[in-house]
Design a protein around this ligand. Structure first.
Ligand code: 2AM
Length: 503
């Protein structure tokens, strides 16, 4: 009797939901699908019958009760609906049909505090809730995403086999992502890009930090491109070839690879390169801003990640910038002629900045795990990001290695490999930033990443003056360098001849 029941259910048949359902079906699981608007369900089933080899594994339902009843207990029901109110509405609609022990899995881009709230609510009713980050866009969902699940261990053990099967895979021997699957032909073997992240909102938090890192990764690449264009006068296609070359080395990553493609793309609607016709006003959906806000709230110095969000915001002021460009003056860019040397310097600047950006992302997660009582496995997180997701990159293996060597590592920059890269690359990095500043070319991400390194490696910072200022106008007290930490003093400023009191 139970053999007719689906192994798993999925609600939300926009592209991500459809693709994840097909990925699950490709792995031999029977899946029941449902969408609020039933036309989408019927269309999807038609598409499956015509195009998908595993279509007999997918069954569509237009009635929610029938959908829920078609799933094996304890039920696993994946939601891929719009994050926010739609997720709450879908959960509320499902609740009357669920039975004790059933598991709801939110694969949307939920805010981690919503996930914490939903997990608490559902577990109080006797259901389980897993918040799972899903990264890799439409292709990832179809052929192997990077998956960041969190919830109770019991719920995870029930979902784990399916999540491991559908995730992107890493080659055991080379550590490289295994080549993509095809419809009906999932990747065999390999280490899956998923692992238990922690309780309640941990998975969505880690996914959010992934997106914050994605913002800075993209911005850094854009700055490298912009320097080659403005400072070296290179054409998009030539710059694309440089990125193609970089993709063979330590910078090898999905974002570098697609940048090489994008820059070499000719405009299908006219002359020249397409990128030169794309309007320079960036959009954003909010996860970068969430990451920066969380860093501000937790007091974690993720300045480069925040800078990437601000860079998008500044770019979006296109009309204002066009007007300001006619009013506000800066230096005239002096074209540099030593292309080979400067390209090499830009590459070093990019790699060093990237290391700082990731150091910030991991430092932020380290703060978050304290604030939310999680125990995160940073090496495992870097491994999960190794394949499937947008920031997948060869160098993530170095992060996994760093945490394997020292699980208590305070900051990635202190791992010997990364320290060495920063030592050898920083002269170039500083030179590139200096050149940019001299020529009035904005490099906010390169610059803030370097400020992070310089700040972090400084035993002394001018915060002594800052703390004195705070004491001056607000009696906020200060500690003394010649006394033990934790003793706080105050003077009535100006303090000439006045006693200092310990507070
Ligand atoms: P729809 O096709 O019925 O609009 C992405 O938008 C997915 O989220 C779609 O499957 C969409 O369903 C679903 N969705 C959006 N808003 C929703 C809501 N308020 N309640 C339930 N599902 C919703």
């Amino acid at each position: 009797m139970t053999t007719n029941l689906a192994d798993i259910g999925l609600v939300g048949l926009a592209v991500m939901g459809q693709n994840l359902a097909l990925n699950i079906a490709d792995h031999g699981y029977h899946i029941a699908v449902y969408n609020r608007n039933s036309e989408k369900t019927l269309d999807f089933i038609k598409r499956c019958e015509h195009e998908e080899p595993a279509h007999e594994h997918v069954k569509g339902y237009v009635d929610m009760l029938a959908f829920v009843r078609a799933i094996k207990r304890p039920r696993k029901i994946v939601l891929l609906v719009k994050a926010g109110a739609a997720t709450d509405a879908t959960i509320e609609a499902l609740l009357p049909h669920l039975e004790q022990g059933d598991i709801v899995i939110d694969g949307g881009n939920a805010h981690w505090l919503d996930t914490i709230r939903r997990e608490k609510h559902l577990s109080s009713l006797g259901f389980a809730f897993i918040g799972s980050g899903v990264s890799g866009g439409e292709t990832g969902a179809r052929f192997g995403p990077s998956l960041m699940p969190s919830g109770t261990l019991e719920a995870w053990s029930s979902l784990e086999p399916i999540w491991r099967d559908i995730a992107a895979k890493i080659d055991h021997k080379t550590g490289e992502p295994l080549p993509g699957a095809a419809p009906g032909k999932p990747v065999e073997g390999g280490v899956p890009c998923t692992a238990y992240i922690g309780p309640n909102g941990a998975g969505h938090y880690v996914k959010m930090v992934h997106n914050g890192i994605e913002y800075i990764d993209m911005q850094l690449i854009c700055e490298a491109y912009w320097l080659m264009k403005t400072l070296l006068g290179m054409e998009a296609g030539e710059i694309g070839k440089v990125f193609q070359e970089w993709n063979e080395g330590v910078l090898s990553s999905f974002l570098i690879e697609i940048t090489a493609d994008i820059l070499q793309q000719k405009d299908p609607a006219g002359e020249g390169y397409l990128v030169d016709k794309v309007l320079d006003a960036a959009g954003q959906k909010g996860t970068g801003q969430w990451t920066a806000s969380s860093a501000l709230e937790l007091g974690a110095p993720a300045n480069a990640i925040a800078e990437a969000v601000f860079a998008r915001a500044l770019s979006a002021l296109k009309d204002e910038r066009v007007k300001a460009s006619k009013v506000l003056q800066g230096p005239v860019v002096k074209l540099e002629t030593d292309r080979v040397a400067i390209i090499e310097a830009i590459r070093d600047a990019l790699y060093c900045s990237k290391i700082c950006a990731y150091a910030q992302g991991f430092q932020l997660m380290a703060e978050a795990q304290i604030a939310y009582a999680w125990t995160l496995n940073f090496g495992a997180i870097a491994h999960i990001w190794r394949g499937g997701c947008i920031i997948r990159a060869r160098f993530l293996q170095k992060i996994t290695d760093a945490y394997a060597t020292d699980p208590g590592l305070k900051n990635l920059m202190l791992d010997p490999y990364f320290t060495e890269v920063l030592h050898t690359g920083q002269a170039h990095w500083r030179e590139v930033i200096a050149l940019a500043v001299r020529n009035g070319i904005p490099v906010p991400a390169f610059g803030s990443a370097l400020a992070y390194l310089d700040g972090y490696r400084s035993a002394s910072l001018p915060a002594n003056l800052l703390q004195a200022q705070r004491d001056y106008f607000g009696a906020h007290t200060y500690e003394r360098t010649d006394q033990s930490r934790g003793r706080f003093f105050h003077v009535d400023w100006p303090a000439v001849g006045r006693p200092q009191s310990e507070m």
